[in-house]
Design a protein around this ligand. Structure first.
Ligand code: CA
Length: 520
């Protein structure tokens, strides 16, 4: 069924007129309005602070920590044209679980993807029967394109060139080929599962042909995306609107040599000391990983340049005004903060706080919003902005904040917190394959506090508490005793219990830590 924004007059005319000419009156502006194109760009491991504009006066008051000393001229300009989220939160700050929530609007306990996808966890794979954001756009007359890293399908021995074999020999297998039947409405495909050699990437195209590339992956992927925009080879039906996701791996490890980034970008950082690059109060510049900082920021600057090329192409094709462009990330990067090597998957701000900027020149006024945006909110909000609010699947757990972004008012109440979730491997079968997940840590992040509770796998008793007052301690240096703020702690635990109940989380179903967490 076709269902464009305010296109009731078009519905009876399908087949007679091209879809792009389906227009209607916009009641807010009384202007003619056609279904917008949507482009979602998400580098993998880019923390919120790694955007230069946060250091400028206009933006700095919206975050409590310092912006990184990074150079991002294209994002700076884009921010001035966009709705900039100060508080977008990656609830499960890990590749596959984040992506599962992004595509389905559901938390990892419902998306099919509670853990990172690889061959040791065959049950852990995007649900074939879920209706994803791309399914909805496709069902509503869009061309849908996926370019870059996917990391949502459990690898199976389905190499198109070597049937019966996995696409790589490594054990466990991380990379994967996604066949047409598992592409969820994406009719243009140029993607891979997961692969971390940034200057020797590979991709499978729509027909399943493998392409071996010898250039920096973000550059190559943007060439493919710009070709798609130009419709050089008939990649799309130019009469239809399109939805395109571009998933760049950098910034992402490895980040240790010129094999990982462009030299021109490295040159911008190579003469700076670790102390000049790692300026957060919680950064340990004596860690071995400190040597990665110039490469990490070089990757960010390279991604910024590629994003700028995309924006320029949209402008030159006259598509910018009616195209929603999002810039976001999977999760952040700790980069020597908190003294931990794991760049992600922790409840620390460096790991959970992500860029989220939305530009829609026809309809959204540029501003900074402090809305606490959770990953499952992204799908319904984008569908809402596209006039497809009636098409949001009933299973979706996130909220549609389109009205709030468009008008500043919201019929749904604005969130006071976001859930934090970390899962680990659970039971294994006789072959060593993981068959369940262990819901190890749950928590909430409010405007002021971060609380996360980790349980022991055997006893299910409390093992560790993370409790930070981000107002007085934005770098989370002081893990507070749980009784520091009794009233606030009670409020946080009540909020946590309610949210776990709302999403039907295993902690609610098993009444984990019921002596602390009120589940009613
Ligand atoms: Ca990731």
């Amino acid at each position: 069924m076709l269902h464009f924004r305010r296109t009731i007059s078009c519905v009876g005319m399908i087949g007679l007129i091209p879809l792009a000419s389906c227009v209607g009156k916009d009641p807010n502006t009384n202007n003619e309005q056609s279904a917008p194109n949507v482009i979602y760009v998400f580098p993998d491991q880019m923390r919120n602070s790694a955007m230069e504009f946060w250091s400028s006066e206009k933006y700095a008051s919206h975050i409590r920590y310092k912006g990184d000393p990074v150079i991002t001229p294209n994002l700076n300009k884009f921010a001035d044209e966009a709705v900039v989220f100060s508080s977008a939160y990656s609830n499960t700050p890990l590749s596959s679980p984040h992506r599962g929530s992004l595509l389905t609007g559901m938390y990892p306990n419902k998306s099919g993807v509670p853990l990172n996808v690889n061959s040791t966890r065959p049950f852990n794979s995007l649900r074939d029967d879920a209706t994803t954001i791309s399914d909805v756009y496709s069902q509503n007359g869009y061309n849908c394109a996926y370019i870059g890293k996917y990391h949502l399908d459990a690898p199976t021995p389905n190499d198109p060139d070597k049937p019966g074999h996995y696409v790589e020999e490594r054990n466990p297998v991380w990379d994967a080929y996604t066949p047409p039947g598992k592409r969820h409405g994406f009719d243009f495909w140029y993607s891979y599962g997961t692969f971390d050699v940034h200057k020797r990437p590979h991709y499978w195209d729509t027909e399943g042909k493998r392409h071996e590339i010898r250039e920096w992956s973000p550059k190559h992927e943007m060439d493919i995306a710009i070709d798609f925009l130009n419709n050089r080879n008939g990649q799309r039906d130019s009469a239809k609107p399109f939805f395109m996701m571009i998933s760049m791996n950098p910034p992402h490890h490895p980040y240790s040599s010129l094999d990982d980034c462009m030299e021109e970008d490295y040159n911008l950082y190579k003469n700076k000391t670790p102390g000049e690059l790692l300026i957060r109060d919680n950064a340990d510049t004596t860690m071995a990983k400190a040597a990665s900082a110039p490469y990490y920021f070089a990757q960010v600057t390279g991604v910024d340049r590629e994003f700028g090329r995309l924006l320029k192409a949209l402008d030159s094709l006259g598509l910018a005004d009616n195209t929603i462009v999002v810039f976001a990330s999977d999760h952040g990067e700790t980069l020597c903060s908190q003294g931990i090597d794991d760049p992600k998957n922790s409840p620390y701000a460096e790991s959970t706080d992500i860029p989220f900027l939305v530009r829609y020149p026809d309809r959204l006024k540029p501003k900074v919003v402090d809305l606490i945006l959770s990953t499952p909110d992204i799908m319904p909000t984008l569908l809402g902005l596209s006039g497809l609010e009636d098409q949001i699947p009933g299973e979706v757990q996130g909220s549609n904040f389109a009205d709030y972004l468009l008008t500043g008012k919201s019929e749904v109440s604005l969130p006071q917190s976001a859930l934090y979730i970390r899962n680990m491997d659970g039971e294994k079968d006789e072959n060593g394959k993981v068959i369940t997940y262990f819901p190890e840590t749950r928590g909430v992040k409010t405007e002021r506090f971060t609380l996360a509770l980790t349980i022991n796998k055997e006893t299910k008793e409390l093992k560790k508490t993370y409790f930070f007052d981000n107002r007085t301690d934005p770098y989370q240096l002081n893990n507070l005793p749980p009784d520091s703020y009794p009233a606030e702690m009670k409020m946080l635990l009540t909020e946590l219990g309610q949210k776990l109940k709302n999403i039907d989380d295993p902690w609610f179903n098993e009444k984990i830590l019921a002596d602390m967490i009120p589940y009613n």
